[in-house]
Ligand binder design. Sequence first.
Ligand SMILES: NC(=O)c1ccc[n+]([C@@H]2O[C@H](COP(=O)([O-])OP(=O)(O)OC[C@H]3O[C@@H](n4cnc5c(N)ncnc54)[C@H](OP(=O)(O)O)[C@@H]3O)[C@@H](O)[C@H]2O)c1
Length: 284
Amino acid sequence: MALVQTLIDRDQIHLEPALPPRLRELYDGNLHYGSAPAERPFVLANFVSTLDGVVSFEVSGQAGGSTISGSDPADHFIMGLLRASADAIIVGARTVQAVTSESLWIPENIYPDAKDLYSDYRLNVLHKPEYPLLVVVTASGRLEMERAIFRTPSVPTVVVTTSAGMGVLANAGATQLPSVQIHMLDAKAGVISPSEILRLLQSRLGVRRLLHEGGPTLFGQFLAAEAVDELFLTLSPKIAGRSAEAFRPGLVQGVEFNPDATPRFQLLSVKQRAEYLYLRYQRM
Ligand SMILES: NC(=O)c1ccc[n+]([C@@H]2O[C@H](COP(=O)([O-])OP(=O)(O)OC[C@H]3O[C@@H](n4cnc5c(N)ncnc54)[C@H](OP(=O)(O)O)[C@@H]3O)[C@@H](O)[C@H]2O)c1
Protein backbone atom coordinates (compact mmCIF):
# COMPACT_ATOMS: atom_id res chain seq x y z
CA MET A 1 0.00 0.00 0.00
CA ALA A 2 1.17 3.56 -0.74
CA LEU A 3 2.44 5.73 2.13
CA VAL A 4 1.43 8.91 0.28
CA GLN A 5 -1.10 9.77 -2.38
CA THR A 6 0.12 11.65 -5.46
CA LEU A 7 -2.05 14.68 -6.26
CA ILE A 8 0.17 16.30 -8.93
CA ASP A 9 3.11 14.81 -10.80
CA ARG A 10 4.86 16.87 -13.48
CA ASP A 11 8.11 14.93 -13.42
CA GLN A 12 9.00 14.71 -17.11
CA ILE A 13 12.53 13.36 -16.69
CA HIS A 14 13.11 9.79 -17.71
CA LEU A 15 16.87 9.58 -17.93
CA GLU A 16 17.82 8.01 -14.60
CA PRO A 17 17.00 4.47 -13.46
CA ALA A 18 13.50 4.17 -12.00
CA LEU A 19 12.50 3.17 -8.49
CA PRO A 20 12.04 -0.57 -7.92
CA PRO A 21 8.34 -1.60 -7.83
CA ARG A 22 7.87 -1.68 -4.02
CA LEU A 23 9.43 1.77 -3.51
CA ARG A 24 7.38 3.12 -6.43
CA GLU A 25 4.26 1.74 -4.73
CA LEU A 26 5.10 3.32 -1.34
CA TYR A 27 5.96 6.67 -3.01
CA ASP A 28 2.88 6.40 -5.28
CA GLY A 29 4.95 7.19 -8.35
CA ASN A 30 8.42 7.28 -9.76
CA LEU A 31 11.38 9.47 -8.87
CA HIS A 32 13.80 10.80 -11.47
CA TYR A 33 16.42 13.51 -11.19
CA GLY A 34 17.93 15.76 -13.82
CA SER A 35 21.59 15.47 -14.68
CA ALA A 36 24.22 17.41 -12.78
CA PRO A 37 25.48 20.64 -14.33
CA ALA A 38 29.02 20.26 -15.71
CA GLU A 39 30.63 22.45 -13.04
CA ARG A 40 29.06 21.05 -9.87
CA PRO A 41 26.94 18.20 -8.42
CA PHE A 42 23.14 18.21 -8.76
CA VAL A 43 21.85 19.61 -5.45
CA LEU A 44 18.50 18.66 -3.94
CA ALA A 45 17.38 19.95 -0.55
CA ASN A 46 15.00 18.44 1.98
CA PHE A 47 13.22 20.31 4.77
CA VAL A 48 10.07 20.07 6.86
CA SER A 49 8.35 23.25 7.95
CA THR A 50 5.27 24.30 9.86
CA LEU A 51 2.46 26.09 8.05
CA ASP A 52 4.01 29.38 9.19
CA GLY A 53 7.42 28.48 7.77
CA VAL A 54 9.26 27.54 10.99
CA VAL A 55 11.84 24.74 10.66
CA SER A 56 12.98 24.53 14.28
CA PHE A 57 11.32 25.25 17.62
CA GLU A 58 14.82 25.95 18.94
CA VAL A 59 13.84 24.26 22.21
CA SER A 60 16.53 22.11 23.80
CA GLY A 61 15.97 18.46 22.90
CA GLN A 62 13.19 19.45 20.46
CA ALA A 63 15.10 21.55 17.93
CA GLY A 64 15.17 18.96 15.13
CA GLY A 65 12.97 18.44 12.09
CA SER A 66 11.24 15.43 13.68
CA THR A 67 9.59 17.75 16.21
CA ILE A 68 8.33 19.92 13.34
CA SER A 69 6.92 16.88 11.49
CA GLY A 70 5.75 15.07 14.65
CA SER A 71 7.90 12.16 13.37
CA ASP A 72 5.53 11.79 10.43
CA PRO A 73 6.25 8.37 8.85
CA ALA A 74 5.79 9.53 5.24
CA ASP A 75 8.13 12.48 5.79
CA HIS A 76 10.70 10.06 7.20
CA PHE A 77 10.15 7.60 4.34
CA ILE A 78 10.77 10.34 1.73
CA MET A 79 13.82 11.56 3.64
CA GLY A 80 15.21 8.01 3.62
CA LEU A 81 14.47 7.71 -0.10
CA LEU A 82 16.33 10.95 -0.87
CA ARG A 83 19.26 9.80 1.25
CA ALA A 84 19.30 6.51 -0.62
CA SER A 85 19.49 8.47 -3.91
CA ALA A 86 22.43 10.67 -2.94
CA ASP A 87 26.19 10.31 -3.23
CA ALA A 88 26.59 12.66 -0.29
CA ILE A 89 24.53 14.57 2.27
CA ILE A 90 25.62 18.01 3.47
CA VAL A 91 24.73 19.64 6.80
CA GLY A 92 25.85 22.65 8.81
CA ALA A 93 27.43 22.18 12.24
CA ARG A 94 24.35 23.45 14.11
CA THR A 95 22.13 20.85 12.45
CA VAL A 96 24.49 18.16 13.73
CA GLN A 97 24.25 19.60 17.25
CA ALA A 98 20.43 19.49 17.14
CA VAL A 99 20.21 15.68 16.95
CA THR A 100 21.17 12.91 19.37
CA SER A 101 24.78 11.75 19.39
CA GLU A 102 23.74 8.34 17.99
CA SER A 103 22.18 9.85 14.84
CA LEU A 104 23.60 8.81 11.48
CA TRP A 105 22.66 10.40 8.14
CA ILE A 106 21.88 7.08 6.49
CA PRO A 107 18.57 6.02 4.89
CA GLU A 108 17.52 3.41 7.46
CA ASN A 109 18.36 5.63 10.41
CA ILE A 110 15.37 7.81 9.62
CA TYR A 111 13.00 5.11 8.30
CA PRO A 112 14.10 1.61 9.42
CA ASP A 113 11.09 -0.19 7.87
CA ALA A 114 12.45 0.41 4.35
CA LYS A 115 16.08 -0.52 5.13
CA ASP A 116 16.23 -3.43 2.66
CA LEU A 117 14.32 -1.52 -0.04
CA TYR A 118 16.67 1.47 0.19
CA SER A 119 19.69 -0.79 0.17
CA ASP A 120 18.49 -2.74 -2.90
CA TYR A 121 17.74 0.53 -4.76
CA ARG A 122 21.10 2.01 -3.85
CA LEU A 123 23.28 -1.02 -4.56
CA ASN A 124 21.46 -2.72 -7.44
CA VAL A 125 19.73 0.13 -9.31
CA LEU A 126 21.89 3.20 -8.68
CA HIS A 127 25.13 1.20 -8.20
CA LYS A 128 26.27 3.45 -5.36
CA PRO A 129 28.28 2.41 -2.29
CA GLU A 130 26.43 1.16 0.80
CA TYR A 131 26.03 4.61 2.38
CA PRO A 132 26.21 8.21 1.24
CA LEU A 133 29.09 10.34 2.43
CA LEU A 134 28.16 12.76 5.22
CA VAL A 135 29.65 16.24 4.73
CA VAL A 136 29.70 18.50 7.79
CA VAL A 137 30.54 22.18 7.29
CA THR A 138 32.10 24.07 10.19
CA ALA A 139 34.28 27.18 10.28
CA SER A 140 35.13 26.87 13.97
CA GLY A 141 35.90 23.13 13.97
CA ARG A 142 34.02 22.81 17.24
CA LEU A 143 32.33 19.44 16.76
CA GLU A 144 31.65 16.75 19.37
CA MET A 145 33.98 14.01 18.23
CA GLU A 146 32.28 11.29 20.27
CA ARG A 147 29.26 11.42 17.94
CA ALA A 148 28.40 8.25 15.99
CA ILE A 149 29.01 10.08 12.68
CA PHE A 150 32.71 10.18 13.56
CA ARG A 151 32.93 6.71 15.12
CA THR A 152 31.12 4.37 12.71
CA PRO A 153 33.66 2.73 10.36
CA SER A 154 31.07 1.82 7.68
CA VAL A 155 29.75 5.39 7.43
CA PRO A 156 32.27 7.84 5.95
CA THR A 157 32.24 11.47 7.11
CA VAL A 158 33.95 14.45 5.55
CA VAL A 159 34.46 17.65 7.52
CA VAL A 160 34.89 20.82 5.47
CA THR A 161 36.52 23.53 7.51
CA THR A 162 38.84 26.55 7.64
CA SER A 163 42.49 26.60 8.67
CA ALA A 164 41.47 27.68 12.20
CA GLY A 165 38.90 24.86 12.30
CA MET A 166 41.53 22.36 11.18
CA GLY A 167 43.66 23.24 14.21
CA VAL A 168 40.74 22.76 16.58
CA LEU A 169 39.79 19.45 14.97
CA ALA A 170 43.36 18.16 15.04
CA ASN A 171 43.59 19.00 18.76
CA ALA A 172 40.36 17.08 19.33
CA GLY A 173 41.88 13.98 17.66
CA ALA A 174 39.69 14.16 14.53
CA THR A 175 42.62 13.59 12.18
CA GLN A 176 43.23 10.17 13.77
CA LEU A 177 39.74 8.78 13.12
CA PRO A 178 39.72 6.19 10.30
CA SER A 179 36.29 7.01 8.81
CA VAL A 180 36.77 10.79 8.93
CA GLN A 181 38.40 12.97 6.26
CA ILE A 182 39.03 16.64 6.91
CA HIS A 183 39.32 19.15 4.08
CA MET A 184 40.45 22.70 4.60
CA LEU A 185 39.18 25.46 2.32
CA ASP A 186 39.68 29.23 2.23
CA ALA A 187 37.04 31.29 4.00
CA LYS A 188 36.03 34.96 3.96
CA ALA A 189 34.95 36.14 7.41
CA GLY A 190 34.52 32.51 8.46
CA VAL A 191 32.33 31.62 5.45
CA ILE A 192 33.52 29.02 2.96
CA SER A 193 31.83 29.62 -0.36
CA PRO A 194 29.34 26.98 -1.53
CA SER A 195 31.02 26.89 -4.95
CA GLU A 196 34.35 25.92 -3.31
CA ILE A 197 32.60 23.20 -1.29
CA LEU A 198 30.86 21.89 -4.42
CA ARG A 199 34.09 21.94 -6.40
CA LEU A 200 35.80 19.90 -3.70
CA LEU A 201 32.93 17.40 -3.55
CA GLN A 202 32.82 16.96 -7.30
CA SER A 203 36.51 16.91 -8.14
CA ARG A 204 38.05 15.23 -5.10
CA LEU A 205 35.23 13.03 -3.80
CA GLY A 206 33.31 12.14 -6.98
CA VAL A 207 29.95 13.48 -5.75
CA ARG A 208 27.41 13.84 -8.56
CA ARG A 209 24.21 14.11 -6.52
CA LEU A 210 24.23 16.01 -3.24
CA LEU A 211 21.38 16.07 -0.71
CA HIS A 212 21.28 19.30 1.32
CA GLU A 213 19.71 18.69 4.73
CA GLY A 214 20.20 22.18 6.14
CA GLY A 215 20.14 24.01 8.31
CA PRO A 216 18.65 27.27 7.12
CA THR A 217 21.98 29.14 7.37
CA LEU A 218 23.90 26.74 5.14
CA PHE A 219 20.87 26.36 2.84
CA GLY A 220 20.55 30.15 2.43
CA GLN A 221 24.14 30.35 1.26
CA PHE A 222 23.59 27.63 -1.33
CA LEU A 223 20.41 29.34 -2.57
CA ALA A 224 22.19 32.68 -2.85
CA ALA A 225 24.98 30.98 -4.80
CA GLU A 226 22.35 29.54 -7.21
CA ALA A 227 23.46 26.08 -6.19
CA VAL A 228 20.11 24.44 -5.40
CA ASP A 229 18.34 22.49 -8.15
CA GLU A 230 15.40 21.01 -6.28
CA LEU A 231 13.60 21.41 -2.96
CA PHE A 232 11.58 18.67 -1.28
CA LEU A 233 9.50 20.41 1.37
CA THR A 234 7.13 18.69 3.78
CA LEU A 235 4.42 20.99 5.08
CA SER A 236 3.47 19.92 8.59
CA PRO A 237 -0.04 20.93 9.72
CA LYS A 238 1.18 22.95 12.72
CA ILE A 239 1.77 26.58 13.53
CA ALA A 240 4.83 27.33 15.67
CA GLY A 241 4.60 31.11 16.00
CA ARG A 242 7.49 33.46 16.77
CA SER A 243 8.22 36.17 19.29
CA ALA A 244 10.92 38.77 19.75
CA GLU A 245 12.30 36.76 22.72
CA ALA A 246 12.24 33.29 21.14
CA PHE A 247 14.06 32.96 17.83
CA ARG A 248 12.60 30.36 15.49
CA PRO A 249 14.26 30.03 12.09
CA GLY A 250 12.48 29.82 8.76
CA LEU A 251 13.69 27.82 5.77
CA VAL A 252 16.41 30.39 5.07
CA GLN A 253 18.47 32.36 7.58
CA GLY A 254 21.27 34.84 7.19
CA VAL A 255 20.47 35.80 3.60
CA GLU A 256 17.75 38.04 2.21
CA PHE A 257 16.61 38.47 -1.36
CA ASN A 258 15.20 41.61 -2.94
CA PRO A 259 11.57 41.34 -4.04
CA ASP A 260 12.57 41.39 -7.71
CA ALA A 261 15.41 38.87 -7.27
CA THR A 262 13.94 36.05 -5.20
CA PRO A 263 14.81 32.49 -6.14
CA ARG A 264 11.75 31.08 -7.96
CA PHE A 265 10.61 27.48 -8.10
CA GLN A 266 8.42 25.44 -10.35
CA LEU A 267 6.13 22.83 -8.76
CA LEU A 268 7.10 19.29 -9.79
CA SER A 269 4.91 17.17 -7.55
CA VAL A 270 2.47 17.27 -4.66
CA LYS A 271 1.83 14.27 -2.46
CA GLN A 272 -0.41 14.00 0.55
CA ARG A 273 -1.02 11.85 3.61
CA ALA A 274 -3.64 12.86 6.16
CA GLU A 275 -3.07 16.58 6.90
CA TYR A 276 0.50 16.61 5.52
CA LEU A 277 1.66 17.82 2.10
CA TYR A 278 4.92 16.70 0.46
CA LEU A 279 5.98 19.28 -2.11
CA ARG A 280 8.70 18.94 -4.70
CA TYR A 281 10.00 22.06 -6.43
CA GLN A 282 12.53 22.64 -9.18
CA ARG A 283 14.58 25.84 -9.34
CA MET A 284 13.50 27.99 -12.31
N1 LIG B 1 13.04 21.31 9.76
C1 LIG B 1 14.06 20.93 9.01
O1 LIG B 1 13.86 20.35 7.96
C2 LIG B 1 15.46 21.23 9.44
C3 LIG B 1 16.52 20.84 8.63
C4 LIG B 1 17.81 21.14 9.04
C5 LIG B 1 18.03 21.81 10.23
N2 LIG B 1 16.97 22.17 10.98
C6 LIG B 1 17.20 22.90 12.25
O2 LIG B 1 17.88 24.11 11.97
C7 LIG B 1 18.71 24.43 13.08
C8 LIG B 1 20.12 24.63 12.61
O3 LIG B 1 20.16 25.53 11.55
P1 LIG B 1 21.15 26.80 11.53
O4 LIG B 1 20.78 27.60 10.37
O5 LIG B 1 21.15 27.42 12.87
O6 LIG B 1 22.57 26.15 11.37
P2 LIG B 1 23.28 25.25 10.25
O7 LIG B 1 23.13 25.87 8.92
O8 LIG B 1 22.90 23.84 10.42
O9 LIG B 1 24.78 25.36 10.76
C9 LIG B 1 25.38 26.61 10.89
C10 LIG B 1 26.82 26.35 11.24
O10 LIG B 1 27.43 25.62 10.17
C11 LIG B 1 28.71 26.15 9.87
N3 LIG B 1 28.62 26.80 8.58
C12 LIG B 1 27.51 27.07 7.86
N4 LIG B 1 27.84 27.61 6.69
C13 LIG B 1 29.19 27.68 6.66
C14 LIG B 1 30.12 28.12 5.70
N5 LIG B 1 29.72 28.61 4.51
N6 LIG B 1 31.43 28.06 5.99
C15 LIG B 1 31.84 27.56 7.17
N7 LIG B 1 31.01 27.10 8.13
C16 LIG B 1 29.68 27.17 7.87
C17 LIG B 1 29.03 27.11 11.00
O11 LIG B 1 29.55 26.26 12.01
P3 LIG B 1 30.60 26.73 13.14
O12 LIG B 1 29.80 27.63 14.04
O13 LIG B 1 31.02 25.46 13.78
O14 LIG B 1 31.68 27.46 12.45
C18 LIG B 1 27.64 27.62 11.38
O15 LIG B 1 27.57 28.14 12.69
C19 LIG B 1 18.62 23.28 14.04
O16 LIG B 1 17.70 23.60 15.05
C20 LIG B 1 18.09 22.16 13.18
O17 LIG B 1 17.38 21.18 13.89
C21 LIG B 1 15.70 21.90 10.63
